[in-house]
Design a protein. Structure first.
Length: 301
């Protein structure tokens, strides 16, 4: 019995973070937003067009369905049904398509990196772990603590990966990747505290994104981004840059970190596109077989 419990706790530490993430948004109280029928149609068309552009230009084979949810809340999420749900409250505060594309590209990042599927796969196991732990007082508290720590750790890792994926997808689709940084800087402030319930520190995320763009796509840093929220980030970044300049060893370590990240991202980006290539080849083969079948039927007739 102890061995089983130990295994379940170990499993929870590494995989349980995905178990309840999908429920965070669905269980929350939703406030209805004042969105007219015409506004909803415009918003829906806008998010669909952006999603199609991100998928087509990056040659991503994943089929995605966009949904607009009428609520004043500021949020968006992806689910196991390959749906990306964007709240109208979030669409309203996006100043341009680069910002909105950043949000959609981030959710696409969760889908193409299989974050939401991992969540669904381990849901039952995580639930069993906590149920067994609760029946044994000695491990009840440790199991709950491990679950909590593991949950936060893995959720943050997924968010960071989705953020970096969004940058690659934005560049590939012709958007300015600073859009994701700009909108995150905006929604992770006190005004939109709602968003922080399921996401890690806004400062850490925006800095991570900026560093990745500066290393991999420096031309966009030179180009800049004309929003107040981006200027707010740059004001914060000045102190970070000064601190780094005073520590050469830290800068070297930082550079190596993002060189490795760039290499990893190139491999994953190529993997996304190989899936699309295989899909296209399969479709062509099917069409060829159908043509041969039709020709055979005509000859027989």
């Amino acid at each position: 019995m102890k061995k089983i419990i130990s295994f379940l706790i170990f499993f929870t530490l590494f995989f349980a973070p995905y178990s309840f993430a999908a429920q965070i948004d669905t269980n929350a109280t939703v406030k209805k937003a004042r969105v007219t029928k015409s506004q909803k149609q415009t918003m829906t068309r806008r998010i669909n067009d952006i999603c199609d552009r991100l998928l087509e230009r990056n040659k991503i084979s994943t089929k995605v369905r966009m949904k607009l949810r009428k609520t004043s809340r500021v949020n968006a999420y992806a689910n196991i049904y390959k749906e990306i749900v964007v709240f109208s409250g979030l669409v309203k505060i996006c100043e341009n398509d680069d910002e909105l594309a950043g949000i959609i590209a981030h959710e696409l990042g969760h889908l193409v990196n299989a974050h939401v599927y991992k969540l669904n796969a381990v849901n039952a196991v995580a639930y069993t772990t906590l149920q067994v732990a609760n029946e044994v007082p000695v491990v009840a508290v440790p199991a709950a603590l491990i679950y909590s720590v593991g949950f936060k750790k893995w959720m943050r890792m997924d968010e960071y990966e989705a953020d970096i994926t969004s940058v690659d997808l934005l560049v590939g689709a012709g958007y300015n990747p600073l859009g994701i940084l700009s909108i995150l800087q905006k929604i992770t402030g006190d005004k939109y505290i709602d968003f922080l319930k399921t996401h890690p520190s806004g400062e850490k995320r925006t800095l991570y994104i900026y560093d990745y763009i500066a290393h991999t796509y420096p031309e966009f840093i030179e180009k800049g981004f004309d929003t107040e929220s981006y200027e707010e980030f740059l004001y914060y970044y000045e102190d970070v840059a000064q601190e780094r300049a005073q520590n050469p060893e830290k800068m070297i370590k930082h550079q190596k970190k993002f060189e490795k990240l760039e290499e990893t991202r190139k491999k994953k980006y190529a993997k996304y596109q190989r899936k699309q290539l295989k899909k296209e080849e399969k479709q062509k083969q099917k069409e060829l077989e159908n043509l041969e079948k039709e020709k055979s039927n005509q000859d027989a007739a």
